[in-house]
Design a protein around this ligand. Structure first.
Ligand code: UD1
Length: 418
């Protein structure tokens, strides 16, 4: 695992182009398993990340032909096996997204259970239940989910007991090739769901309601070739907006969808940060001084759990107190002890963190524990006079394309140590 040295205390000025969304690219790549014949699925604006590389590796292992030209990935051919092995799935939970496409297109899937993860137990029961609702026979054996559809998938009404982004995506993909109509009730409404629906529709799928909590899918007999550009990464954009709020300065975040970050921008404005949205860019400016604000994570359009750690880093330097409640994942405060090592005043009570803002943090050696925790430590270090060294920084490369180069071009001083 690598280390990153951050010499903080510098304001950020400049433009940052936002990459395609990791959380959209992963299901879209999985959807490539469902193309039948022709040129296949060509995705552009795919971010170059450890996670997208891993998904491409999984598609190749399943037998698909994958051609890559910078951020454009063309997926064609057909699978030669339907087995997603533990060594790949255990590295990335989103690998479970191949289950729906494999089952729908090839009638079977054997996918390793993802196993534990730093931010909680993260079971896949909703994914499995959705496949069973569509008529799949599912067995758990040897740490694998083995699913078959002896008579093909059949459209059905699937009621999710709570919102799951991944289970909604898996069900949506599988239902495209089921016979009849599927209704997804209490579906996730994230922009990444709308992006997946747009791509599946371009491939010939019949989907309505994506972006609301009821999605209707009329099954079709096959999905064909299509081209699709991955939507901008709202979490990356939000992370850089928080970076400049903390350090002070002015950043223009380009090639993004401002509406996707309304929940973050709303609380940042309340805190006193200046945010000007245009069609596809946002200008964020800050004096580095702002108020403490309470937030609670919620499924979209609520405040995203994927920005909770970054927002907490910001609140560590706010004027006043902030109460941050995590309602999506049960163990997503791994960054707290590391921020405390930098001098932050944070008390955790169950799923709530009480943050008392301070005038400054102190540089310290800290350790990244997961993707979003790692970027929160980078943001805290950017605001700190002196050098902080963040170890296990490889987590960052799972979700942030060229973070060092993007922030470096705006005045941040960061260096990979090994
Ligand atoms: C996706 C995102 C992730 C984000 C999360 C919540 C991708 C690749 N990842 O993850 O960055 O943090 O949405 O916005 O898009 N759950 C179950 N059983 C299941 C599925 C989920 O109990 O079968 C629970 C999870 O443990 C969690 C909650 O449901 O507590 C929401 O998880 P979910 O929306 O499914 O997250 P992911 O799709 O894994």
């Amino acid at each position: 695992m690598g280390r990153l040295a951050v010499n903080g205390g510098k304001q950020l000025y400049g433009d940052i182009s936002i990459s395609g969304a990791k959380n959209s690219a992963l299901p879209l790549l999985a959807a490539g398993l469902m193309t039948a014949g022709g040129t296949g699925l060509t995705l552009s604006n795919v971010p170059d990340l450890a996670d997208t590389r891993l998904m491409i590796c999984l598609l190749k292992q399943l037998g698909m032909t994958v051609q890559q030209d910078a951020g454009t990935i063309a997926i064609s051919g057909a699978t030669t096996n339907t087995d997603a092995p533990y060594d790949l799935v255990s590295q990335m939970r989103a690998s479970i997204l191949v289950m729906g496409p494999l089952l729908a297109r090839y009638g079977e899937a054997r996918v390793s259970l993802p196993g534990g993860c730093a931010i909680g137990s993260r079971p896949v029961d909703l994914h499995i239940r959705a496949m069973q609702n569509l008529g799949a026979v599912v067995e758990l054996a040897d740490g694998y989910v083995q699913a078959r559809t002896p008579d093909g998938l059949k459209g059905s009404k699937i009621i999710f007991p709570f919102v799951s982004v991944g289970a909604t995506e898996n069900a949506m993909m599988a239902a495209c090739l089921a016979t009849g109509t599927t209704q997804l009730i209490n579906a996730a409404q994230e922009p990444e769901i709308i992006d997946l629906a747009a791509c599946l529709s371009a491939m010939g799928g019949k989907i309505s309601g994506a972006g609301t909590d009821v999605i209707i899918i009329e099954g079709v007999s096959a999905l064909g070739s299509a081209r699709h550009a991955v939507v901008a990464d709202r979490v990356e954009a939000g992370s850089y907006a928080i970076a400049v709020a903390i350090t002070g300065g002015e950043l223009c975040l380009k090639q993004m969808v401002p509406a996707h970050l309304e929940s973050l921008f709303g609380v940042m404005r309340q805190a006193g940060i200046n945010i000007e949205s245009r069609t596809d860019e946002v200008r964020v400016s800050s004096t580095g001084h702002y108020r403490g604000i309470d937030v609670e994570t919620q499924p979209y359009p609520g405040f995203p759990t994927d920005l909770q750690a970054q927002f907490m880093a910001m609140m560590c330097l706010a004027d006043g107190h902030s109460k941050i409640s995590e309602t999506i994942f049960e163990n997503r405060f791994m960054h707290v002890p590391e921020l405390v090592r930098m001098g932050a005043d944070i008390q955790v009570e169950g799923r709530t963190a009480l943050v008392k803002g301070k005038q400054s943090l102190l540089p310290a050696p800290v350790r990244a524990t997961d993707l979003r925790a790692s970027v929160s430590l980078v943001l805290a270090a950017l605001a700190t006079e002196g050098e902080s060294v963040i170890s296990d920084i490889d987590h960052l490369d799972r979700g942030y394309a060229a973070l060092d180069a993007k922030l470096g071009a705006c005045g941040a001083v960061l260096q990979r140590l090994d």
